[in-house]
Every structure is written in structure tokens, then in C-alpha cells.
Write a protein that binds this ligand. Structure first.
Ligand code: PCA
Length: 231
């Protein structure tokens, strides 16, 4: 049986007319990579609906792992994020005008949540594949950080286990031209795709060799996210 992976990208936001994360995940929709069938969602950059959209996608797809992808214009390479912080502090409003300053993602939640992807293995695999990529220590305090925090909260007690992580992308070459080539590093969509495929293959291989421990009787998707806790 093939594994299932969920990839999410984001719609364009702020000054950006395109979002490479949307183009990237759409280009992989329905494909099989590393024996994994890829399900895809593209999410609007809306803070109030983000948690619901992630939860719905997880319920519908029931993936073994999920990778969120977003644009971080100005970054020089792919960055797999180590941690999400319990902070929302926007520089610009979201796509529907909501601003959040010094707000928690989850009131009373832990200060940080750590990605459950095999981070060092992914970075090593990028190196071997010739894809520039690194381990990033901050996903920021905007929607991508919120995505990682919410997805980790929603899956914290999920059975079977779901691995969760986030990859930030640099700008596309055409965006670098628009934003100022002297100050905007860029990467082609093809190279980004090779990077994401490499990450998926690495995670799938790891799951093959080290399957997540299953607790007896754990058969169903069982989200115990923050809303379940609050109920
Ligand atoms: N990047 C933003 C949100 C959506 C996206 O693609 C971020 O880095 O938070």
C-alpha cells in the first residue's frame, strides 16, 4: 500500500503576485514520489480560518506526513523549519486585512512546538542531491509559523502518528527581477521541486526503515488538537 503525503502551499499575499509554494505543490498534485501518493491543498493567507482548513485537509487526506510550504522572499535557499513559536506578530495584515500583533497562536499553549520531520536527514539529502537547503531556526511570526504551530497541535496525539514540518522557499527568478535583483536571491521552480521530492523520498525511506510505533487499537485518525482540548 502506498503512503500518503499531504502538501500545502499558500496563495499569493502582500506584494507578491504569485506564490512559488502554490505553483510547486500544484505541480506535484496526484504524483507518486518515493512511493507516496501526494495530496495537495492551497490555502489562503487568512489567519482566522487557517486552523480549520488544516484540520479539514488532515481529516480528508489522512496522510502519514504533511509538509507545509511557503514563500520567504529574501531567503537564499530552501529552509526546513525546526520550530514554531506561540507568537503571531505580523508586519503586514493577512489577505483579508486581519492584523495580529504580539498574539499567541494558541492561548495557554506551549511556547514552541518542534517539527517532527527528520530534519538533519533532509538537509543531508539536499546536500547530496545538489539542492541548496538548510535547517532554519525561525519560521517567523506570520502565517507559516502559525501553520506549523497549528498542524503540530492538531496532530500532537494523532493515531496513527503523523509527521509534520514546514519548508520555506526563496523567491522565483521572475520575482527577484521584480523585487530587485541586487537584493533578492532566487531559485527555479525545477530546483525547488527537486528539493521537495528529495525531502519526501527521505521521509518515506525513514518511515520504511523506522516505522512509527503504533499503540494497540490505534487504527483511526484521531485528532486531539487544541480545539478538542478546549471543548
Ligand atoms: N509565506 C508567509 C505566509 C504565506 C507564505 O507563503 C510566511 O512566511 O509566513
Amino acid at each position: 500500500m502506498s503512503r500518503k503525503v499531504l502538501l500545502t502551499g499558500f496563495e499569493p499575499f502582500g506584494p507578491h503576485l504569485v506564490n512559488p509554494s502554490e505553483l510547486l505543490v500544484r505541480s506535484l498534485e496526484g504524483r507518486i514520489v518515493g512511493g507516496c501518493v501526494i495530496g495537495v491543498r492551497v490555502l489562503p493567507v487568512e489567519t482566522r480560518t487557517l486552523q480549520d482548513r488544516i484540520e479539514t485537509a488532515l481529516r480528508e487526506e489522512q496522510p502519514e506526513f504533511v509538509i507545509g510550504v511557503g514563500l520567504a522572499a529574501g531567503r537564499a535557499a530552501l529552509g526546513v523549519e525546526r520550530v514554531a513559536v506561540n507568537v503571531l506578530d505580523f508586519d503586514i495584515p493577512d489577505a483579508v486585512g486581519t492584523m495580529r500583533k504580539n498574539d499567541p497562536v494558541q492561548r495557554g499553549g506551549p511556547d514552541g512546538r518542534l517539527s517532527t520531520l527528520p530534519l538533519s536527514e533532509i538537509v543531508a539529502a539536499w546536500g547530496e542531491a545538489g539542492v541548496p537547503g538548510y535547517l532554519s531556526e525561525s519560521a517567523g511570526t506570520y502565517l507559516c509559523n502559525q501553520w506549523l504551530y497549528e498542524a503540530l497541535a492538531l496532530t500532537a496525539n494523532a493515531a496513527p502518528h503523523v509527521l509534520v514540518g514546514f519548508v520555506h522557499l526563496p523567491a522565483l527568478p521572475a520575482q527577484a527581477v521584480q523585487l530587485g535583483a541586487d537584493r533578492t536571491p532566487s531559485m527555479t521552480l525545477d530546483l525547488m521541486r527537486r528539493g521537495l521530492e528529495t525531502a519526501i523520498e527521505t521521509i518515506a525511506l525513514l518511515l520504511d526503515t523506522k516505522p512509527a510505533p503504533q499503540r494497540p487499537g490505534d487504527k483511526l485518525w484521531f485528532p486531539r488538537g487544541l480545539r478538542e482540548v478546549e471543548r
